[in-house]
Ligand binder design. Structure first.
Ligand SMILES: Cc1ncc(COP(=O)(O)O)c(C=O)c1O
Length: 429
């Protein structure tokens, strides 16, 4: 049986209905024998799943399959490799609810997707609205563009409690704005941006486009890009979808797509391009003006990085087969359990809002020095990370269980954390 069949058979044995620890341990954990063996060997409790997800055993076999094709088929391997690229686009389209599979363009980083959109806009110096809470890669790209005079950027700060407010972002969207860039989930705090639809509606009024960073949302929240109606979305697979680094994507809304051919100057058209964006790359036909393939295919670039489609296959298939809605429901139950375990041991957590649905899949513990706290946690056998608050201080230790994390592990982790992090500051929740 191949990877896809093995995964689907395992998920079928789970049956329908909410995920349970017993079912996952029996039917899904065996797909992760290699990484679970590491748990036993290291005695480490892994709670950094929001940072780097844990791979299925099949991922290594999938990469091997791509390599084997090269050895056995040489240049004929391209047929299978390009089929896998299409399968990758299809998996991402299903993951994010984009009905047009070709509107998904493989990228090797989220920043690459952002740059492709910035460079494709008709404005020579696009005027951008964004927040002070975007991930460092996005933040840095925008600062680099602004520094070289290639973009004007208006930054929306967070509130004193480190929350970003859709209304405040909305107010920054004035006539003349070309692009709005917002996270669906803010990486440092896990805040899920409510009322994002109001931002998109306001952007429409002034003919601005909206790019949503869905890195902490895709595979976490059951959502549909079609329904959201944004113009672009960026994300990647090394976290929740267990696809390792380099397997990222840019998804485009209908307003970013053209019927193909030579684009009109006032339409978005990618200049981060290459011969795979031509309608028939293998015809070797040249025209004086750039004639693009229609739709999302016109956003493809040059010779693609084949291995990324294979390395992410198993993780994406598992996520899709389990269902993002069931995964989200299970994650919320796990977070409630972990929070309770921590509170019982007098460790305070930050809850952005009493509504659990207002945050993504990790819990936060505020600390003064994130580096120091994480080192102490690691020494105690808890693998977590920390990020500074967008308000300046404190830092937040981020804790993210996943379907491999048992309640016993969460209770043990809470015990270890309580031994390391003194009862803190914080809005106790
Ligand atoms: C919100 C968000 N965006 C983007 C990224 C990754 O960006 P890039 O692929 O450009 O390194 C991350 C990584 O943690 C992230 O949390």
């Amino acid at each position: 049986m191949g990877t896809v069949e093995t995964i689907h058979a395992a998920v079928a044995r789970l049956g329908p209905g909410p995920l349970t620890e017993a079912g996952l341990v029996e039917h899904i954990h065996p797909l992760f024998a290699r990484v679970l063996e590491r748990n036993a060997r290291t005695n480490e409790i892994y709670l950094a799943n929001h940072s780097l997800g844990r791979p299925l055993d099949a991922s290594a076999d999938d990469v091997q399959e791509a390599m084997d094709l090269w050895y056995t088929d040489m240049d004929r391997a391209w047929d299978a490799w390009l089929c896998e690229r299409e399968a990758y686009r299809d998996r991402i389209a299903r993951l994010i609810g984009r009905s047009d599979r070709t509107a998904v363009v493989p990228k090797t980083s989220a920043a690459q997707g952002l740059r492709a959109v910035l460079n494709a806009l008709p404005a020579r110096v696009p005027h951008v609205v964004t927040t002070r809470g975007e991930f460092d890669s996005i933040d840095f790209v925008l600062k680099a563009y602004a520094h070289r005079g290639r973009a004007r950027v208006d930054w929306v700060p967070c509130d004193p409690d480190a929350r970003f407010d859709a209304e405040r972002i909305r107010q920054a969207i004035k006539p003349g704005i070309d692009l709005v860039i917002v996270s669906r989930v803010f990486f440092a705090t896990g805040q899920l941006l409510q009322n994002i639809d109001r931002i998109i509606a306001r952007a429409r009024e002034v003919n601005a486009r909206v790019l949503v960073d869905a890195y902490h949302a895709a595979g976490v929240l059951p959502e549909s890009m079609d329904a959201l109606g944004c113009d672009a979305m960026i994300g990647g697979n090394y976290k929740y979808t267990r696809g390792m680094a380099g397997a990222c994507w840019l998804a485009l809304g209908d307003r970013m797509l053209t019927p193909g051919g030579v684009p009109a100057v006032d339409c978005p058209a990618p200049v981060d391009t290459g011969w795979f964006a031509k309608a028939e790359p293998f015809a070797y036909h040249r025209t004086e003006l750039p004639e693009y393939a229609p739709g999302g295919d016109g956003w493809l670039e040059a010779t693609p990085p084949i291995l990324t489609y294979y390395q992410s296959r198993a993780g994406l298939e598992l996520t899709l087969a389990l269902g993002v809605d069931r995964l989200r429901d299970y994650a919320l139950r796990q977070l409630a359990f972990l929070r309770e375990q921590l509170h019982e041991r007098r460790v305070s957590t930050r809850l952005i809002n009493p509504e659990p649905a207002d945050h993504a899949n990790y819990l936060l513990i505020p600390v003064d020095d994130g580096h120091h706290a994480c080192k102490r946690l690691r020494d105690a056998g808890v693998n977590a990370d920390a990020r500074p608050s967008p308000a300046g201080s404190p830092w937040f230790v981020r804790l993210c269980p996943d379907i491999l994390t048992t309640e016993q592990e969460m209770a043990d982790a809470a015990e270890r954390i309580a031994g390391v992090l003194s009862p803190a500051r914080t809005e106790h929740s």
